[in-house]
Design a protein around this ligand. Structure first.
Ligand code: 80O
Length: 386
């Protein structure tokens, strides 16, 4: 029986599509929230993981490196670094009990996380305070123990206790019920390596050297005034980002503190470049995050270095030119491939800059919320999850 767990959750199902009114599906009642954690099978224990602690961060790193998401052909597995996990999971306002682990004999075997976000949904006047859920992972050796539903129910309880009743998350799989089904695209930066690791393949008439020529990039970006973002840019980046995101139906509102956290460059984690043509005036920016994948079995390479498009705001520079420069910057930072979803205005550059469609999709979900429109088009999505 498919979706045994998800049928029990406040998500719109096919026949609700017309009856449910827009907004929360279930009203949250604080008094009804369980005060104690859900029961676990014996020997399994809950723990709040402190990612600032090196040993605990290392345990999370190893669990994900060995057991987290793989591509459809099980050739690659995400390999999030510790620095990346600290960036992704310790934003301003984080709650320590939203980094949830399950241990057996002091060994981490299960994980799920939430971070607090303020999401603008369609025409809602106010932003909805909720959680962004990520990194649901159960060790390969203890799957089919129904641990994942318990991890989901426990973090839901910990969110409810804080009087928050909605969540946003993404997944490669389809469970009840996506609000948008987006597709991912890849732009080759190191054609030879992508073919050697089996990420790309050659058709009959293609050769490696022809592919290298096809995807070759200039040595330096074209846009005058393009430079790495610095702290002094935070106020202007916050302004143009918040203004830009208003054109979408789903977007976060950022404080300057949050922009500082999410966009100030961190080596091997997040790269952000701003355009400052006229003295002191920031008109555009591009950003991409570093998410390598372990190549599961390959004689020559252990990793695929992938840059993922984050947020890009083009108010003066044409978006195609700005993103072409992002490809050049990523290539110069040593990336093998540049990935992007067909969300926001990405369609405007994907084809022209020779991105190829990937073989899967990334589904967006909103927990306990009925949208006015049942589904959103990818270009109406203004949020990027890591
Ligand atoms: C190439 O190595 C891979 C290793 C694991 C999975 C995939 C395919 C895949 N599932 N890709 C994505 O989900 C994806 C493709 C383009 C942009 N963002 C993405 O996912 C992000 C956002 C959601 N959390 C994971 C990272 C590829």
């Amino acid at each position: 029986k498919p979706h045994q767990f998800w049928e029990t959750q406040p998500m719109p199902n096919i026949n609700d599509m017309d009856s449910l009114k827009p907004g929360p599906i279930q009203e949250g009642i604080l008094a009804d929230v369980r005060k104690d954690p859900y029961n676990l099978i014996s020997k399994f224990e809950w723990c709040n993981v402190d990612l600032r602690n090196d040993e605990q961060a290392q345990q999370v790193y190893t669990l994900l490196k060995e057991n987290y998401v793989e591509d459809d052909d099980n050739m690659f597995r995400f390999d999030y670094s510790i620095d990346f996990l600290r960036w992704a999971l310790l934003p301003p306002g984080q709650y320590p009990d939203w980094i949830v682990g399950v241990k057996v004999n002091q060994k981490l075997v299960g994980f799920i996380t939430g971070i607090p976000v303020a999401l603008h949904i369609e025409n809602q006047q106010t932003k909805v305070k909720m959680t962004e859920i990520n990194f649901l992972c159960v060790h390969k050796k203890i799957r089919a123990n129904r641990l994942a539903p318990v991890l989901i129910k426990e973090i839901t309880r910990r969110v409810h206790i804080k009087n928050m009743w909605q969540a946003v998350y993404t997944a490669g799989i389809v469970v009840p019920t996506p609000i948008s089904q987006t597709r991912y695209y890849h732009r080759s930066l190191n054609a030879k390596k992508l073919i050697e690791v089996g990420f790309s393949s050659l058709s009959a008439r293609q050769t490696i050297s022809r592919q290298q020529k096809l995807y070759k990039l200039p040595d330096e970006p074209k846009t005058q005034g393009l430079r790495p973002m610095k702290k002094k840019d935070v106020a202007q980046v916050t302004k143009i980002l918040n203004e830009y995101l208003k054109k979408f139906k789903l977007y976060f509102k950022y404080t300057e503190d949050e922009v500082k956290h999410w966009f100030i460059p961190r080596k091997d984690v997040i790269s952000t470049y701003v355009v400052e043509k006229e003295q002191g005036v920031v008109t555009d920016f591009v950003s991409f995050y570093n998410l390598p994948s372990q190549v599961i079995k390959n004689p020559k390479y252990t990793h695929l270095r992938a840059a993922y498009s984050y947020y890009n705001v083009a108010t003066q520079t044409p978006i195609v030119q700005l993103m072409y420069d992002a490809l050049i910057l990523a290539k110069n930072e040593g990336y093998d491939v540049f990935n992007a979803l067909d969300i926001m205005e990405n369609e405007k550059f994907l084809k022209e800059l020779m991105f190829c469609p990937g073989d899967g999709q990334l589904n967006y979900y909103l927990y306990n919320w009925k949208l006015e429109s049942n589904m959103l088009k990818p270009e109406e999505i203004g949020i990027v999850l890591v």
